[in-house]
Design a protein around this ligand. Structure first.
Ligand code: C2E
Ligand code: MG
Ligand code: MG
Ligand code: MG
Length: 283
């Protein structure tokens, strides 16, 4: 039996819970070694202009090259990393790698259609004192222009601690870095807030795209968000486009950009040059 709940009630011992807890502790310990051993690297997924099919940007998506378990996606470790604070070191490593990689792509192909690399930033990382300076330093070290960087943050970060977070967002944007709200639509941003938020891009969550062809209601929602975004001078990236019908519907609504398996899964950096080399149409 284990004591559980804050009222001091006794609960039945649950082996699954125990296993999950041990698992988390194992991951937590292993993350420490993984940071020391520099085992994190991003893959990159193209973000495409829905009208021309050209790749305009890429999103960096972290992977853990676990010596025993192989390549692990964020599902296996991001939550634990956020709890333990390891996400700060992981995020820094991903940011630095992504900027260095972007500068390399630009150097390898000056004509490349790629305009930016998008980097996910967890709330915990963003709120670490000195985050803005870290970004400035990472840009300088990579020889990257601020315009090459798009930072993806969550709605909840923008809503919590609004004063400090908004001040930092304004400094970043004044530097030339752009800001996206990731998974837009899954949180609680009120539309009136959206008008004032210091952001440049909305990434429309995959859950909106999934049934865009089958649900009239969902189509109406997406259409309204795209129109609103356009009027507010925000770009929209539709996430998780998996088939041509979804792409056509989004393009028809005037949604400018998209990302998803229809175009490409996340790939290693060497494959991006090929994908982005003047391929006018990917589908
Ligand atoms: P996200 O930022 O919303 O990234 C999109 C996720 O959807 C990625 O999963 C991507 O591989 C997946 N995806 C893209 N297109 C499709 C599609 O057409 N169909 C389906 N089913 N999935 C698609 P991934 O790489 O597993 O990343 C999951 C989440 O982990 C990300 O969601 C992001 O929140 C987080 N993450 C990834 N990299 C980082 C990082 O460097 N730092 C932080 N803090 N979080 C990260
Ligand atoms: Mg993202
Ligand atoms: Mg997203
Ligand atoms: Mg998402």
């Amino acid at each position: 039996q284990a004591k559980g709940g804050d009222k001091g009630t006794w609960q039945r011992y649950q082996p699954e819970l125990h296993t999950a807890m041990v698992r988390r502790l194992e991951v937590r310990a292993a993350l420490h070694d993984a940071i020391e051993g520099d085992q994190f690297r991003p893959m990159y997924q193209p973000i495409v202009d829905l009208h021309t099919g050209l790749i305009t940007g890429v999103e960096s998506l972290v992977r853990w090259e676990h010596p025993a378990r192989g390549l692990l996606g964020p599902f296996h470790f991001i939550e634990v990393a956020e709890e333990s604070g390891a996400i700060i070191a992981i995020g820094t490593s991903v940011l630095r790698r992504a900027l260095a990689q972007f500068a390399r792509w630009k150097a390898d192909d000056p004509e490349i259609s790629l305009r930016y690399v998008s980097v996910n930033v967890s709330a915990r990382q963003f709120r670490t004192p000195g985050f803005v300076d870290l970004v400035r330093q990472a840009l300088a070290d990579a020889g990257a222009r601020p315009e090459w960087l798009l930072l993806e943050i969550t709605e909840s970060l923008v809503l919590r601690d609004a004063d400090q977070v908004w001040a930092d967002l304004r400094v970043l944007r004044a530097m030339g870095v752009r800001i996206a709200i990731d998974d837009f639509g899954t949180g609680y941003s009120s539309l009136s807030y959206l008008r004032q938020m210091p952001v440049d891009v909305l990434k429309l969550d995959k859950s909106f795209i999934d049934d865009i062809l089958t649900s009239e209601q969902q189509r109406t929602m997406v259409d309204a968000i795209v129109t609103l975004a356009r009027n507010l001078d925000l770009a929209v990236v539709a996430e998780g486009i998996e088939d041509a019908g979804q792409r056509a519907a989004l393009a028809g609504m005037g949604c400018p950009y998209g990302q998803g398996y229809l175009f490409s899964k996340p790939v290693w950096p060497g494959e991006i040059l090929e994908l982005a080399q003047g391929v006018p149409e990917l589908v």
